[in-house]
Ligand binder design. Structure first.
Ligand code: HEC
Length: 112
Protein backbone atom coordinates (compact mmCIF):
# COMPACT_ATOMS: atom_id res chain seq x y z
CA UNK A 1 0.00 0.00 0.00
CA UNK A 2 2.76 2.38 0.90
CA UNK A 3 4.61 1.65 -2.30
CA UNK A 4 1.48 2.26 -4.31
CA UNK A 5 0.96 5.62 -2.69
CA UNK A 6 4.48 6.80 -3.23
CA UNK A 7 4.31 5.71 -6.86
CA UNK A 8 1.22 7.82 -7.30
CA UNK A 9 3.02 10.71 -5.68
CA UNK A 10 5.97 10.31 -8.04
CA UNK A 11 3.58 10.25 -10.97
CA UNK A 12 2.02 13.52 -9.86
CA UNK A 13 5.43 15.13 -9.45
CA UNK A 14 6.47 13.96 -12.92
CA UNK A 15 3.30 15.37 -14.44
CA UNK A 16 3.74 18.69 -12.67
CA UNK A 17 7.35 18.80 -13.87
CA UNK A 18 6.33 18.17 -17.46
CA UNK A 19 3.72 20.92 -17.27
CA UNK A 20 6.26 23.37 -15.84
CA UNK A 21 8.79 22.46 -18.53
CA UNK A 22 6.29 23.03 -21.29
CA UNK A 23 5.45 26.43 -19.84
CA UNK A 24 9.10 27.41 -19.66
CA UNK A 25 10.02 26.14 -23.11
CA UNK A 26 7.42 26.51 -25.83
CA UNK A 27 7.15 23.57 -28.20
CA UNK A 28 9.00 23.73 -31.50
CA UNK A 29 5.72 23.99 -33.36
CA UNK A 30 4.66 27.12 -31.47
CA UNK A 31 8.03 28.74 -32.06
CA UNK A 32 7.86 27.91 -35.75
CA UNK A 33 4.37 29.31 -36.05
CA UNK A 34 5.25 32.42 -34.05
CA UNK A 35 8.59 33.29 -35.62
CA UNK A 36 9.64 31.26 -38.64
CA UNK A 37 6.46 30.75 -40.61
CA UNK A 38 6.44 34.29 -42.03
CA UNK A 39 9.37 33.44 -44.30
CA UNK A 40 9.48 29.64 -44.30
CA UNK A 41 5.75 29.03 -44.75
CA UNK A 42 3.38 26.52 -43.20
CA UNK A 43 4.64 23.79 -45.53
CA UNK A 44 8.36 24.59 -45.05
CA UNK A 45 8.88 25.34 -48.72
CA UNK A 46 9.62 29.04 -48.22
CA UNK A 47 7.41 31.96 -49.20
CA UNK A 48 10.00 34.57 -50.23
CA UNK A 49 12.82 34.55 -52.79
CA UNK A 50 16.01 33.14 -51.29
CA UNK A 51 14.28 31.08 -48.60
CA UNK A 52 15.26 27.41 -48.95
CA UNK A 53 12.77 24.58 -49.41
CA UNK A 54 13.13 22.37 -46.31
CA UNK A 55 11.34 19.54 -48.11
CA UNK A 56 13.58 19.42 -51.19
CA UNK A 57 16.42 17.04 -51.95
CA UNK A 58 18.79 19.97 -51.42
CA UNK A 59 17.27 20.92 -48.07
CA UNK A 60 19.66 22.62 -45.65
CA UNK A 61 18.28 20.19 -43.05
CA UNK A 62 20.61 17.56 -44.56
CA UNK A 63 23.40 19.25 -42.56
CA UNK A 64 24.15 18.01 -39.02
CA UNK A 65 22.33 19.56 -36.05
CA UNK A 66 25.36 21.57 -34.91
CA UNK A 67 25.67 23.31 -38.29
CA UNK A 68 21.98 24.05 -38.65
CA UNK A 69 21.64 25.26 -35.04
CA UNK A 70 24.57 27.63 -35.46
CA UNK A 71 23.03 29.13 -38.59
CA UNK A 72 19.65 29.57 -36.92
CA UNK A 73 21.29 31.16 -33.89
CA UNK A 74 23.75 33.48 -35.62
CA UNK A 75 21.90 34.06 -38.86
CA UNK A 76 23.12 32.96 -42.23
CA UNK A 77 23.46 34.12 -45.81
CA UNK A 78 24.70 31.85 -48.54
CA UNK A 79 26.76 33.30 -51.40
CA UNK A 80 24.59 35.16 -53.90
CA UNK A 81 21.42 34.75 -51.85
CA UNK A 82 18.96 37.67 -52.18
CA UNK A 83 18.04 37.52 -48.51
CA UNK A 84 19.65 36.51 -45.22
CA UNK A 85 18.27 34.31 -42.45
CA UNK A 86 18.12 36.71 -39.46
CA UNK A 87 19.73 35.55 -36.19
CA UNK A 88 17.16 33.47 -34.28
CA UNK A 89 14.67 34.35 -37.00
CA UNK A 90 14.53 37.87 -35.54
CA UNK A 91 13.38 36.74 -32.07
CA UNK A 92 16.35 37.42 -29.76
CA UNK A 93 14.54 35.99 -26.72
CA UNK A 94 14.69 32.42 -28.08
CA UNK A 95 16.98 30.24 -25.95
CA UNK A 96 19.27 27.43 -27.11
CA UNK A 97 16.62 24.97 -25.88
CA UNK A 98 14.00 26.77 -27.99
CA UNK A 99 16.23 26.54 -31.05
CA UNK A 100 16.75 22.81 -30.47
CA UNK A 101 13.00 22.35 -30.12
CA UNK A 102 12.28 24.23 -33.33
CA UNK A 103 14.95 22.27 -35.21
CA UNK A 104 13.40 19.01 -33.99
CA UNK A 105 10.07 20.31 -35.30
CA UNK A 106 11.62 21.16 -38.70
CA UNK A 107 13.10 17.69 -38.99
CA UNK A 108 9.90 15.97 -37.93
CA UNK A 109 7.64 18.04 -40.18
CA UNK A 110 9.61 18.78 -43.33
CA UNK A 111 12.61 16.47 -43.69
CA UNK A 112 12.34 13.75 -46.32
C1 HEC B 1 12.73 37.21 -42.26
C2 HEC B 1 12.62 35.91 -42.87
C3 HEC B 1 13.03 34.69 -42.08
C4 HEC B 1 12.59 34.31 -40.84
C5 HEC B 1 11.61 35.01 -39.91
C6 HEC B 1 13.24 33.05 -40.57
N1 HEC B 1 14.05 32.68 -41.60
FE1 HEC B 1 15.18 30.99 -41.75
N2 HEC B 1 15.92 31.64 -43.52
C7 HEC B 1 15.54 32.79 -44.17
C8 HEC B 1 16.30 32.91 -45.41
C9 HEC B 1 16.18 34.04 -46.41
C10 HEC B 1 17.16 31.81 -45.46
C11 HEC B 1 18.20 31.49 -46.55
C12 HEC B 1 19.50 32.24 -46.28
C13 HEC B 1 20.54 31.97 -47.33
O1 HEC B 1 20.71 30.81 -47.72
O2 HEC B 1 21.19 32.93 -47.75
C14 HEC B 1 16.88 31.02 -44.26
C15 HEC B 1 17.51 29.83 -43.96
C16 HEC B 1 17.18 29.04 -42.90
C17 HEC B 1 17.78 27.75 -42.63
C18 HEC B 1 18.83 27.06 -43.48
C19 HEC B 1 20.22 27.56 -43.14
C20 HEC B 1 21.25 26.84 -43.99
O3 HEC B 1 21.98 26.04 -43.43
O4 HEC B 1 21.28 27.06 -45.21
C21 HEC B 1 17.19 27.27 -41.50
C22 HEC B 1 17.48 25.93 -40.83
C23 HEC B 1 16.27 28.26 -41.04
N3 HEC B 1 16.28 29.32 -41.90
C24 HEC B 1 15.50 28.14 -39.91
C25 HEC B 1 14.68 29.14 -39.41
C26 HEC B 1 13.99 29.07 -38.15
C27 HEC B 1 14.04 27.88 -37.22
C28 HEC B 1 13.33 30.24 -37.99
C29 HEC B 1 12.48 30.68 -36.82
C30 HEC B 1 13.12 30.64 -35.51
C31 HEC B 1 13.58 31.05 -39.17
N4 HEC B 1 14.40 30.35 -40.00
C32 HEC B 1 13.06 32.32 -39.40
C33 HEC B 1 14.60 33.70 -43.76
C34 HEC B 1 13.95 33.67 -42.55
Amino acid sequence: MRTYRSLRYLGAVALAGAAAASLAAPAGKEIYQGTCIACHGANGKGVLPGVPDFTSAKSPLKAPDAVVLKRIKQGYQSPGSPMAMPPKGGSPSLTDADLKAVLAYLRKSFER
